[in-house]
Design a binder for this molecule. Sequence first.
Ligand code: RIB
Length: 303
Amino acid sequence: MHAKVVVVGSLNMDLVTRAERLPRAGETLAGESFETVPGGKGANQAVAAARLGASVAMVGCVGDDAYGQQLRGALLAEGIDCLAVEVAAGVSSGVALIMVDAASQNTIVVIAGGNGRLLPASVQRFEALLRDAEVIVCQMEVPPQTVEYVLGRGRALGKTVILNPAPVKGPLPVEWFATIDYLIPNESEASALTGLPVDDLPSAQAAADHLIALGAGKVIITLGAQGALLVSGEGSEHFPAPVVAAVDTTAAGDTFVGGFAAALAQGRSEREAIVFGQRAAAISVTRPGAQPSIPSLAEVGNL
Ligand code: RIB
């Protein structure tokens, strides 16, 4: 298959509890439900791109356990090329412990497991996928040297390179910026990347200006219900978010990134791709879970 979107990133089994509120430190709280749901930022973005019309290949690594088989199976069921999803011996698959409260806010603790075994050498074995891609998408739930390798190869091959810097604790290595076409952080990630507070449009603009000055091609800061802000050297544009009643925001950002990548790979303009990604993400927050919440092309409507 000729995969137009190649996602290099994580696969996690999400262990999801729902409770009225999140527990305080040292507190035991009775919850309402528990589910295991396929997730992981990389896998979620691959599923979003596939459901939203792109041919997709995933490069990743799971452990040799039942979760690994289920995670791979979930991607195969979407028609995603998984030849480059390898199985590492002697390690668990990635897991994410997710708590969702009644206000649909979540907290997530991620255990890397097999994702930590995705090294540059693994990606090198699948160079042909990168060569064939139109758009290459990375996040940061795999080792940083792998992200750096993929960004650099993507740039050298002349592909459109997207980095969703999630999760992130602080600034990125400055040499990464010249290899990124679209840097797509949310508010807290933009704040961690710049050291600036980001919670509204003016503060997002300041953070994006900082990231552009460091060398990023274009920055799209996703602001939840406040929409998205696109900033480049030529100026900035705000895209308001569709108004919906959110029940679970898990994977909303992943749905946006996957939808944006799918639209770009199909030759749409970046403005069209942003609006398309926003429409998909708005649907995803009205449903629980990571991959199960991601809409199909039929639900979002064509561009
Ligand atoms: O972005 C949502 C994802 O973050 C979840 O699916 C979880 O696996 C964590 O990686």
